[in-house]
Design a protein around this ligand. Structure first.
Ligand code: PRX
Length: 657
């Protein structure tokens, strides 16, 4: 961990925006005082606070105890049995929402007038029928409670159906983002010991077909764990079906019954694994369980998006990331609202796709990432100006710090000055949002995620756990357990303890540096570990490094993140080649392709520099700080006193990829 003093924030944003008056009158929480009272109460008696919230959910058997906390292991709603799928679907129907649209989906392809070729509206009743049939089909394939099922699919309703079907029968899912390549599938399938993959022939993205089935076929040549592949016909591109292993989605649901009672599952039954990057080359399977995650995502979605029955809510995140799990699927459907889902790219067929979609479906709550906002900003205000965005009531941001400039643009040109912006800070590990404004209560400051949600005890501390004074930089940690927290890293208790619970005494270490201002507002500065955020996508430097060194020409490599106006951070790779191999542009191109093939296009370095040696400390540690400086400024001014071989810095040739 770097020294806390190195986490100095230079941002000193002074603007403040009170919640819009029209919004406050109808909001669930209506004043800062009400929020403060709620927050204080939640920390004074967490059991009572969470018990009250949990009473609004369906349990087959009520829990006996709210929480059992043996650091670092938490159990929530102990002794209860429930089912997340039941709460997302059946319960909504019981509440009279059966004919309400649950999913409002748009495919990417458009007709000659630029209108989407496919729009599907799926009611809660229809969703129950689709989910039940697919759940029965999974059982027919031999999937049992506890079996891990891998999903590698485009953003189509069948992905949601598959997730809910898994949840219904108690088979934990592991969704792999469609942008990852075959070797990434292999790592995850092997780690999860998952025998069944659900995929599609392809998915549409920016007018192209992403050949998902072909990637699964390649993965199946690299591991023998894949025993069954279910293939959804989406793009009608050619695929090879392997007899005995591959089956069509439409075939297996054709004769399946639409009656499949939800399985009562222990509160702590594993709901899903979601692989994410950390500081080593091996992605970790973040483990979430049933009741705590269910309640936490539904509660936070309701409070932060201020959800009301008639909301048309749209989160643009891919379901392959945690934002899609929690705030496209689980947290949203449990609130019985309509969830918009879009298959493709934000700029297809043109830069107004998002704004056209908002106008077409009269979206009321819109949740996206700073990277997207910055990309739209660059294209100009004429794109949103073409569309009627007056249906919007609230805007959200997630995934990386939002710079005040992008915040202001979002506020002015998308929210027309009248929508509260919720800048929500959280992580794959946290399950749901932890730091965020409550839109009817919290005055916002552009660039700040503002205050911890009720139930969340967040603090900025130094390495010893001492709380930092106002405006002092430090490590963001969470000092009390919360229901949505991860329960572990799949199969690796040691790494779980070390990564999250050994840095700060008695608290969960987030890996983020932050400061808290005199009003108690949190300003997130970014990761202090070796995780980088490219367009909000989380990547581990070690994963990209191991991809690079797996190329026969590479002796050693170091990868760092550096600031980028559009993607937040970009990847700089420093590479030492084996002796006798020419370090030229051709090799550079090969290396870029190699990384894309090994990890996926999201991991493509923006620059590759060849170097005769990497700067290291006397103990042999690569001095990433220096490399970051070099990638950012093109030179090194920082302290190099511990550097073993200073000349390696001087020898680093600057070459842009
Ligand atoms: O560094 C923080 C950043 O994203 C990290 C978590 O990444 P991931 O697990 O992929 O989850 C992203 C979606 C929840 C955090 O450690 N991050 C996320 N939201 C924000 C943020 N940084 C600043 N502001 C945010 N609102």
């Amino acid at each position: 961990m770097p020294d806390a003093t190195s986490i100095e924030s230079i941002m000193r944003e002074q603007r403040q925006f009170p919640p819009p008056e029209g919004f406050v009158n109808h909001a669930h929480v209506r004043s800062l005082d009400q929020y403060r009272e709620l927050h204080a109460r939640s920390l004074a008696d967490p059991d009572a606070f969470w018990a009250e919230i949990a009473s609004g959910f369906h349990f087959f058997k009520k829990w006996d105890r709210v929480v059992e906390w043996n650091l670092p292991f938490a159990k929530w709603f102990v002794g209860g049995t429930t089912n997340v799928c039941f709460n997302c679907v059946d319960l909504q129907i019981q509440r009279g929402r059966g004919d309400h649209t649950a999913l409002l989906w748009e495919g990417e392809p458009v007709d000659e007038n630029g209108q989407p070729r496919e729009i599907r509206r799926i009611t809660y009743k229809q969703l129950l029928s689709d989910v039940s049939r697919f759940a029965n089909a999974l059982k027919q394939l031999g999937v049992k409670k506890g079996d891990r099922v891998t999903l590698y699919m485009p953003m189509v309703p069948e992905l949601v159906v598959a997730m809910l079907a898994c949840a219904r029968i108690g088979a934990p899912h592991s969704v792999i983002f469609g942008g990852f390549s075959a070797p990434a599938i292999v790592d995850r399938v092997n780690d999860a010991d998952s025998n069944v993959i659900i995929t599609a022939d392809g998915g549409f993205r920016r007018g192209q077909i992403v050949p998902l089935k072909a990637a699964v076929d390649e993965a199946a040549t690299l591991t023998d764990r894949i025993k069954k592949v279910v293939v959804l016909k989406r793009c009608c591109n050619d695929v090879t079906m392997t007899p005995g292993r591959d089956v069509w989605f439409h075939d297996i649901v054709a004769n399946a019954s639409d009656q499949c009672p939800a399985e009562p599952l222990d509160s702590e039954h594993m709901l899903f694994l979601l692989y994410t990057s950390g500081s080593t080359g091996k992605p970790k399977g973040i483990l979430h369980t049933t009741a705590g995650y269910m309640i936490y995502t539904a509660y936070t979605a309701k409070q932060v998006f201020d959800l009301k029955p008639d909301d048309i809510y749209w989160c643009t995140a891919d379901i392959g990331w945690v934002t899609g799990h929690s705030y496209v699927v689980y947290g949203i459907l449990q609130n019985g609202v309509t969830c918009v889902m879009y298959e493709g790219a934000p700029n297809f067929p043109a830069w107004d796709r998002f704004w056209a979609t908002i106008a077409r479906h009269k979206v009321t709550k819109f949740y996206t990432a700073p990277t997207a906002i910055r990309a739209f900003m660059k294209q100009g205000v004429e794109w949103p100006a073409k569309h009627d965005l007056t249906s919007l009531k609230l805007l959200g941001s997630v995934g990386e710090p939002i710079n005040p400039e992008a915040w202001m643009w979002y506020h002015e040109y998308i929210g027309m000055g009248g929508c509260p912006i919720v800048d929500t800070w959280w992580q794959t590990e946290t399950g749901g949002m932890l730091i965020s404004p409550l839109p009817g209560a919290t005055p916002t400051k552009p660039g700040s995620a503002t205050l911890p949600l009720p139930g969340i005890d967040a603090a900025i501390v130094d390495k010893s756990g001492n709380v930092q004074p106002a405006d002092g930089g430090g490590y963001l940690c969470i000092r009390k357990p919360w229901p949505g927290m991860l329960r572990g890293i799949y199969g690796d208790e040691e790494r779980f303890r070390k990564q999250y619970w050994s840095e700060i005494p008695g608290a969960y270490f987030t890996g983020d540096g932050a400061r808290r201002d005199a009003d108690g507002y949190f300003w997130i500065m970014g990761r202090v570990d070796d995780v980088i955020k490219v367009s909000g996508h989380r990547l581990g430097t070690a994963e990209i490094e191991s991809a690079l060194v797996s190329h026969p020409a590479v002796a050693e490599s170091a990868v760092v993140g550096f600031p980028d106006d559009l993607t937040g951070e970009a990847i700089a790779a420093f590479v030492t080649v084996k002796s006798g191999i020419p370090a030229n542009d051709e090799l550079k191109t090969q290396l870029l392709q190699h990384v894309v093939h090994a990890v996926g296009s999201i991991a493509r370095p923006k620059s590759i520099r060849f170097t005769e040696a990497l700067p290291k400390t006397r103990s042999g540690k690569i001095m990433r700080r220096l490399l970051r400086e070099l990638a950012t400024k093109g030179r090194v001014d920082g302290d190099t006193t511990t550097l073993e071989d200073f000349s390696s810095i001087a020898r680093l040739r600057e070459e842009e990829a």
